[in-house]
Design a protein. Structure first.
Length: 396
């Protein structure tokens, strides 16, 4: 094989050195968004496979869709950039890639219990490791003979990862976007501007530092007494969360550039389908809202959505990915109208679930009706205009 030229960041160099240090078993990459940690680990694994025959490497994440859309994408992008990808070695049905020397990489999710408790491997790479539980890590650790690489954004302070860092056979590699010289200027500006939106989000995704907030999910909203003029609004999107015992919540978001103005339109229990539609018709008429305006709806009630559509509204299924939706809201400048009493109340009460004082990545399913409706609207807008939660790595 001809000589490979790999353009890389200092993050790659530090991980490569740790890989070749016999005293280290756990290499923990803590960092902010776009620091190159995931991409660098893919480069390192590929180089390791080329240099070492008949090695088995596992790359895992909590769910397979998340794995496929992140680290798998980066891995095959690196192979393409190095011009060594060979489709005959890529078994897409088994999610494996085999190198000519017999080394191979397998991709699987934590919810694949057969593989979680399956054969041993030489190297393990856990992507977004703070998503998995300590028992799941234990199973993976027992079946890894050499090194374990971990990457994560430190959005929670309670995790099995932090005690692991203190072990003598561990090393922490901290990185931020400043460690990635290949980023475009507009992406650097986006990351820097997070400080204007949410200090906690800035700490996690810019500085790669653990979250400071303990319980409350959102801490960045501003209360205003004004609403933008129609001619200044770029996009109007509504979020609708259905309830009966719980309130039905309708939230309006008005987008002025990247700023989002938020107003409560419905927050009421006991509404029937007909009453919801009557309320929508009145609200649209009173507020001069075009019938073409998107209403992102909770698709747990498809029959209600269908009835709304039949009355001429542009009702669509919301994107109900909670983590992605929360990231979308946290990365948006929010201006909440002061009359939105229930939205403001839920902002104060919307919390992370805890187990014996340990913060989890689940939300408490209380005081979340308006929060769900807001999340539907914001995530729908961001999915259709910008990338959410993280930024695609710039290829080099």
């Amino acid at each position: 094989m001809s000589e490979l030229v790999i353009k890389h960041t200092g993050v790659f160099t530090k991980n490569w050195e740790a890989l070749n240090n016999s005293q280290i078993r756990f290499i923990i990459n803590q960092g902010g968004s776009r620091s190159s940690k995931t991409y660098s680990l893919c480069q390192m694994i590929i180089l390791y496979c080329i240099q070492n025959p008949k090695r088995r490497i596992s790359i895992v994440r909590k769910s397979f869709p998340a794995l496929a859309g992140s680290v798998m994408k980066d891995f095959f992008e690196v192979l393409d950039n190095l011009q060594i990808y060979d489709k005959s070695y890529h078994n897409k049905s088994n999610s494996t890639y085999k190198f000519p020397n017999g080394s191979y990489v397998e991709f699987f999710s934590i919810d694949d219990s057969q593989k979680l408790r399956g054969r041993k491997r030489d190297l393990l790479f856990i992507n977004e490791a703070n998503e998995i539980e300590d028992e799941e890590f234990l199973q993976l650790n027992m079946r890894t003979t050499e090194k374990i690489f971990i990457d994560f954004n430190p959005s929670f302070t309670d995790s099995w990862i932090y005690p692991l860092m203190d072990r003598p056979e561990s090393i922490k590699i901290h990185s931020t976007f400043r460690d990635n010289p290949f980023l475009e200027k507009h992406i650097v500006n986006e990351i820097e501007n997070l400080i204007k939106i949410d200090e906690d989000y800035y700490n996690v995704y810019n500085l790669g530092l653990p979250s400071k907030s303990k319980w409350t999910i959102y801490n960045h909203q501003k209360i205003v007494d004004n609403w933008p003029l129609d001619e200044h609004i770029d996009t109007l999107i509504l979020g609708l969360d259905f309830g009966f015992t719980h309130p039905t919540a309708l939230v309006m978001t008005a987008w002025v550039g990247e700023e989002c103005y938020v107003k409560e339109l419905i927050y009421e229990s006991g509404l029937t389908t007909g009453e919801i539609i009557n309320e929508l018709e009145k609200i649209f008429k009173d507020n001069n809202i075009p019938m073409s305006t998107t209403i992102a709806c909770d698709y747990a009630r498809p029959e209600i959505i269908e009835d709304i559509v039949r009355r001429g509204f542009n009702a669509v299924n919301a994107i109900k990915n909670v983590k992605e939706g929360i990231d979308a809201v946290k990365s948006t400048q929010l201006f909440v109208h002061q009359d939105s009493f229930n939205i403001l109340k839920e902002f104060r009460l919307y919390k992370w679930k805890t187990i014996r004082d340990k913060i989890t990545e689940e939300v408490v399913k209380l005081h979340d009706d308006a929060m769900d409706a807001l999340r539907y609207a914001v995530l729908y807008h961001k999915r259709n205009t910008v990338s959410v939660g993280s930024w695609d790595f710039v290829t080099f």
